[in-house]
Write a protein of this length. Structure first.
Length: 459
C-alpha cells in the first residue's frame, strides 16, 4: 500500500491536553493520513517523505479539536424566543412551535448548528434530537447527512418522548411517540447509522429526553436496548429545582436515585446539566463513572443555577462541555463555553480556586471525548490518535499581549480559527468553512425559521 501523505505543522505553541498536560512553547505536529504521527518541540524532521503540505503556524496555538457533548440542533431556527423564562416556562412556550418541525427545517437547522460550531473549533459534535412529530419525515437521516457534509465527527443521540400533555407531560400529544414506536425507531437508527470502529465519523446513542417527558418504562427499556446494541446512553438530569420536585412528587425520590433505579447510571451513560446535585449524587456518579455535559451558558440563560463542576472533578466524575440548544444559548459556539465555564464556576463557593484555564480547556477537549466514550482516539494531541486538531491565531490585537497562549485562548476574546482538521482533513481555513457554503446555510436557516414561525402562528 502507498504510504500515507503527511501534513507538517510547525512553529506553533502546542497544548496537548495529554495525561501530563504536556505543552511546547514552539513545536511541531506531523499528520499522516487520519492520525497524528508525531509531535514535539522545535521543527519537524527535514527528511520526512510524502509531505503534501507544510504549514508555518507562527503566532498560533495548536490544541485538540473541541468536543461538544450536548446540543439540540433543531433549535437553531427558534433562537431569540422566550428570552426571560425559566426552563419549564420556556418549554411550555416553545413546545407548540417545536412540534411543527419537519425534515427540511431540521436539515437546515442542523447545517446552521454544525457550521457555527465547526468554524469555531469543534471537531466532534453531538445532537440530542428528541422531537419526532408524526409525518415529519426522516429527521435522524437529515441530521446525519448535515454532519457528514460539514465534515465533523458526530454522535446522534436518538431521543424520544412518550409522556405528552394528556399524561402530565409538556409536549403536545402529536409530538411524542408511543413506547413501542420510540424503541423500534431508535433501534433502527442504531442499526442503520452507528459505526463502532475507532475512527468512526458517525455514532448513535440511545437518548430518551428527560424524566418529565418520558415514562419510566421508556427509560428502563431504553437502557436495556442500548446495552444490547453496545451503544451509549444520554439524557437530561438534575437541571432545575423544578425537576427535582417533580421527581420527588412522582417517583418518591430525587433524579439520581430515580435514574439508578431504571439502569441509568454507568460508564456508558452521560447526562446533560446536572446542576442540582447533592454530595451523594456526585458520589454515585463518581462510583459508576457516569459522565456530565456541563452547559454553563444555557444554565445561566434559563436561570437554572451553577453546576458543582469543581466538586465533580475532584470526585472523579467525567465532565465535558456542551453548547446546548440554541434556543437557550443563541451563540451556538463551544469555544465561548471554555471562558464561561471558568467564569461562572468562580461565582460559586470555590471562587477563584474553582477552575483554571487549563482545566477549562481540558473540559472542552479530553473531558468531552471521555464523556462520549472516545478518549482512546481523540480529545488530546498524542502520536497514534486521530488527527482532530485546531490552530488558533493568537498574534492579533485581541491576544498578542497575553504571554500564556492557553490563558489567551480561554480568557481572551474568541480566537480566530486559522485551520481545523478532522480525521486529517482540513474543514476550516481562516475562519471559513471549506465544506459548505456558509452564506447559503444562513439563507436557508432564515427561510426555514420564517416558515416554521408562520406554521406555528396558524396553530
Amino acid at each position: 500500500m502507498a504510504a500515507a501523505q503527511r501534513i507538517v505543522i510547525e512553529n506553533c505553541a502546542i497544548a496537548t491536553v495529554d495525561a501530563d498536560d504536556t505543552e511546547y512553547a514552539r513545536g511541531h505536529v506531523v499528520i499522516a493520513g487520519n492520525r497524528i504521527e508525531s509531535l514535539g518541540a522545535g521543527e519537524a524532521p527535514k527528511d520526512l517523505e510524502n509531505v503534501a503540505r507544510r504549514i508555518d503556524a507562527s503566532g498560533h496555538l495548536a490544541t485538540p479539536g473541541l468536543v461538544n457533548t450536548h446540543h439540540h440542533f433543531y433549535q437553531w431556527i427558534t433562537r431569540g424566543l422566550a428570552t426571560d423564562h425559566n426552563l419549564f416556562d420556556w418549554l411550555v412556550a416553545l413546545y407548540p412551535t417545536w412540534a411543527r418541525i419537519d425534515e427540511p427545517m431540521v436539515y437546515a437547522a442542523a447545517q446552521g448548528s454544525l457550521a457555527m460550531m465547526a468554524r469555531g473549533g469543534v471537531t466532534t459534535a453531538m445532537d440530542h434530537h428528541y422531537v419526532y412529530p408524526h409525518g415529519a419525515g426522516d429527521l435522524s437521516g437529515a441530521i446525519i447527512r448535515a454532519a457528514r457534509e460539514t465534515g465533523v465527527r458526530f454522535t446522534l443521540a436518538r431521543g424520544s418522548m412518550d409522556r405528552s400533555e394528556k399524561d402530565g407531560g409538556l409536549p403536545p400529544d402529536f409530538a411524542v411517540e408511543t413506547l413501542e414506536d420510540a424503541l423500534a425507531a431508535t433501534e433502527a437508527t442504531v442499526r442503520e447509522h452507528h459505526d463502532a470502529s475507532s475512527d468512526a465519523m458517525t455514532q448513535v446513542a440511545v437518548a430518551p429526553c428527560s424524566p418529565f417527558s418520558v415514562s419510566t418504562e421508556l427509560l428502563r427499556q431504553g437502557a436495556e436496548l442500548a446495552r444490547r446494541l453496545g451503544v451509549r446512553l444520554h439524557t437530561h438530569g438534575s437541571e432545575t429545582v423544578e425537576e427535582e420536585k417533580f421527581c420527588h412528587e412522582l417517583f418518591g425520590m430525587g433524579p439520581t436515585d430515580y435514574f439508578e433505579s431504571t439502569g441509568w447510571l454507568g460508564e456508558d451513560v452521560w447526562m446533560a446539566h446536572c446542576v442540582h446535585m447533592t454530595d451523594s449524587d456526585i458520589a454515585a456518579f463518581a462510583r459508576t463513572r457516569t459522565g456530565v455535559a456541563h452547559c454553563p451558558s444555557s444554565n445561566a440563560r434559563l436561570a437554572a443555577g451553577i453546576a458543582r463542576v469543581p466538586d465533580m472533578l475532584k470526585a472523579g466524575v467525567p465532565v465535558g462541555l456542551g453548547v446546548d440548544g440554541t434556543a437557550s444559548n443563541e451563540s451556538g459556539e463551544l469555544h465561548t463555553e471554555l471562558r464561561n465555564a471558568l467564569l461562572i464556576n468562580r461565582l460559586g463557593p470555590h471562587r477563584e480556586a474553582a477552575l483554571t484555564a487549563r482545566q477549562a480547556l481540558r473540559l472542552g477537549t479530553h473531558g468531552g471525548a471521555q464523556v462520549l466514550g472516545r478518549a482512546a482516539d481523540t480529545g488530546s494531541l498524542e502520536p497514534g490518535k486521530l488527527a482532530d486538531l485546531v490552530l488558533w491565531r493568537l498574534d492579533t490585537l485581541a491576544h498578542a499581549s497575553i504571554a500564556d497562549p492557553v490563558a489567551a485562548l480561554v480568557l481572551g476574546a474568541a480566537a480566530p480559527v486559522t485551520a481545523s482538521f478532522v480525521n486529517g482533513r482540513q474543514i476550516v481555513e481562516d475562519g471559513r468553512l471549506l465544506t459548505v457554503d456558509e452564506d447559503a446555510v444562513a439563507r436557508s436557516t432564515r427561510a426555514e425559521a420564517q416558515r416554521l414561525a408562520r406554521i406555528a402562528a396558524q396553530g
